[in-house]
Ligand binder design. Structure first.
Ligand code: F6P
Length: 395
């Protein structure tokens, strides 16, 4: 899919309302925008599109809410002028800041005698701040945690529109999230660099990618860099198969092997590797470290020399690729259209190469996994890539 060919769907209702600032009985005068959860390239493109469209086309006021839901809880927000969003299209991260520890309905307000966080529902505080700031609607840019939060705020009468971001590309009901294509680009470059050192030293090089429980990032980056083994959470691997593929490659004159592994990959009948548990985060598990486990096992079983590299947050940083700048701009524009069309509690999504929307609560708490009939899996298998689950023929 090329985002540059994406079309936005403007419904007759959108058209009737577009350009209007009147929303039922309440006029839209001021909107808030926030970025929640992990950052990713393209967030600033959305903030810019929302702000410029709101101010230039509809004469609205925009407040930037700081650090995601933390800004709503602590009443930290500031006006966004068009000047404030100038020159941010190409910048990574988010000018508003973000937080993945600020869920209004489950917020850590302190610790108990054992040092365990005490959680409290602080939604009332959020409602008070939304009202005192005169926010008529909020555009929430984030992943499933942020959308779950938006769906809860919507139940309390706060009018939200969601915009999906994540390098994991695992949000339900959207074929694409911005940030993903930049992360694929970054990870592919890293894998390409690993390739040259792997071939020089005749080693097995294991590269661990992010993605939580979904293998999209590893599948795309692995395929685009020609990784010899791709391990993703959706296809539990057999370590013996992985080792046999490394050895088989050696027998066929290939002196090195590149393994791209998702942080969420796991062996058949085995568990994912948890790196840490962030107690005061609504989504506390942080995966990571599978590449170290693989290194030890492969060295022990095959006797081949291995090295591991964990790409980590490098995948989330830096300048967005053009496709993510375009997608972010289209998403921001569409989000504002939804606000003006009174289509609240909707999430902007890409479906059938078209930008449209779905109810926010239909994505809350879910993850979109790689389906087994995804054509990338068949194509990768066809060119001799191992997924660690079956024998690969080599001639
Ligand atoms: O969801 C995006 C993501 O980068 C995941 O791929 C990764 O597992 C997680 O966030 C890391 O979170 P944190 O930034 O809290 O370490």
């Amino acid at each position: 899919m090329s985002p540059s060919t994406l079309e936005t769907v403007v419904t007759p209702r959108d058209q009737a309302k577009s350009g209007s600032r009147t929303m039922g009985r309440q006029k839209i005068n001021r909107i808030g925008v926030l970025t929640g959860g992990g950052d990713c390239p393209g967030l600033n493109a959305v903030i810019r599109a929302v702000t410029k469209t709101a101010v230039f086309q509809h004469d609205l006021e925009v407040l930037g809410i700081e650090d995601g839901y933390m800004g709503l809880i602590r009443n930290r927000m500031h006006p966004l002028s068009t000047g404030a969003v100038s020159n941010i299209l190409t910048r990574g991260g988010t000018i508003l800041g973000t937080s993945n520890k600020a869920n209004p309905s489950h917020f850590a307000v302190g610790v108990d005698a054992q040092g365990k966080p005490i959680f409290k529902d602080v939604t009332d505080r959020v409602i008070e701040h939304v009202q005192s700031r005169g926010l008529d609607a909020i555009i929430c840019i984030g992943g499933d945690g942020t959308m779950t939060g938006a769906a809860r705020l919507a139940e309390h009468g706060i009018r939200c529109v969601g915009v999906p971001k994540t390098i994991d590309n695992d949000l339900m009901h959207t074929e694409l999230t911005f940030g993903f294509q930049t992360a694929v680009d970054t990870a592919t470059e890293a894998l390409d660099r690993i390739h040259t050192t792997a071939s020089s030293h005749h080693r097995v090089m294991i590269v661990e990618l992010m993605g939580r429980n979904a293998g999209w990032l590893t599948l795309h980056s692995g395929l685009s860099s020609g990784a010899d083994v791709i391990l993703i959470p959706e296809i539990p691997y057999d370590i013996e198969m992985v080792c046999e593929h490394c050895l088989r490659r050696g027998r066929h004159g290939k002196s090195f092997t590149i393994i791209a592994v998702s942080e969420g990959a796991r062996p058949k009948d085995g568990q994912q590797v948890v790196n840490s548990v962030i107690a005061d985060s609504p989504d506390p598990i942080r995966l990571g470290g599978i590449s170290r486990v693989l290194r030890q096992q492969i060295e022990e079983i095959t006797g081949l020399e291995c090295r591991e590299t964990i790409l980590g947050h490098v995948q989330r940083g830096g300048t967005p690729v053009p496709a993510d700048r375009i997608l972010g701009t289209l998403f921001g524009y569409k989000a504002l259209e939804l606000v003006l069309a009174e289509q609240f509690n909707q999430l902007v999504v890409v479906q059938n190469n078209t930008i449209t929307s779905v109810p926010i609560d239909t994505v809350a708490g879910q993850q979109r996994m790689v389906p087994m009939d995804n054509p990338l899996i068949a194509a990768a298998r066809a060119v001799g890539t191992s997924f660690g689950d079956q024998e690969v023929k080599m001639r």
